[in-house]
Design a protein around this ligand. Structure first.
Ligand code: ATP
Length: 251
């Protein structure tokens, strides 16, 4: 039984077809890592699922309810939260106000602004600071906290570790076991393949708007994923490929 069902999702940017008939599902408490090169369509896919990208087709079903056609706000109310790439905080508002905005959708659950301050205790002393004055790690914590306080059934995290120190990234990912235990489905876009494979139950690899590989994280090899990431034929991902400059992100 899945909590989220994506069927034949398509999304365009004008004439460009960015997501081409993508289907997959997420089980309650499952962590799915979405990987792929720059421009593969990961962000457009997440934004389409969240209802933040308009030019789309296919269906999005959450807990059996068809959300296709619902706007982004309604999808949050129904339990679908997105932490977008680049955080998109209300920068002039303080931390507390940003979290209260997230809680305004009125979904009941364990996540409250106070609980976010417990989990991300570095935010506690910053609760009345305008977000524009926060560090990158603190801003990321607010963005995640704002999504959590909507008590989602599925949370989508788009490159939340981008530009953060490894210690801060550890802190961000430390929240995953709790989400898994509470039955919240998680989709995480992560450029660090090692980290993606270590935190995820399942890995989905996109290339040019399509899913080219998916499977349990413990059943896929790093080489298989790298091959799919670059669209290489099976067996072609030899050690010489590690000289490819694009591999820098695939640490
Ligand atoms: P990245 O890791 O760089 O964020 P991605 O896998 O998330 O990449 P998308 O950002 O979804 O990929 O981009 C998919 C395709 O859509 C790319 O060809 C990109 O150039 C294009 N695209 C993305 N946003 C826009 C936009 N606002 N206008 C036009 N084209 C866009």
């Amino acid at each position: 039984m899945s909590v989220l069902e994506i069927s034949d999702l398509t999304a365009r940017h004008g004439l460009l077809s960015a997501v081409k008939g993508v289907s997959f599902s997420v089980a309650p408490g499952e962590v799915v890592a979405l990987v792929g090169a720059n421009g593969a369509g990961k962000s457009t896919l997440l934004r389409s699922i969240a209802g933040a990208h308009q030019d789309q087709g296919g269906t999005v079903t959450l807990k059996g309810e068809d959300l296709t056609g619902c706007d982004a706000h309604k999808r949050v109310q129904r339990g679908l939260a997105l932490v977008p790439e680049g955080r998109k905080l209300f920068s002039q508002m303080n931390v507390w106000e940003n979290l209260c905005l997230g809680a305004q959708v009125g979904r009941s659950g364990d996540w409250t602004p106070e609980r976010v301050f417990d989990v991300f205790d570095n935010l506690n002393k910053r609760r009345y600071s305008a977000c524009t004055h926060l560090s990158g790690g603190e801003q990321q914590a607010v963005a995640i906290g704002r999504a959590l306080v909507s008590n989602p059934d599925v949370i989508m995290l788009d490159e939340v570790s981008l530009g953060l120190s490894p210690a801060i990234v550890d802190r961000v990912y430390a929240v995953l076991p709790e989400l898994r235990a509470s039955g919240t489905g998680v989709i995480v876009v992560e450029q660090d393949l090692g980290r993606a494979m270590s935190v995820a139950d399942r890995v989905i690899c996109m290339l040019e708007g399509e899913i080219v590989l998916q499977g349990r994280a413990d059943s896929l090899s790093r080489e298989e994923i790298i091959g799919a990431y670059f669209g290489l034929p099976p067996g072609a991902q030899g050690s010489e490929d590690h000289a490819n400059p694009a591999m820098g992100a695939m640490t």
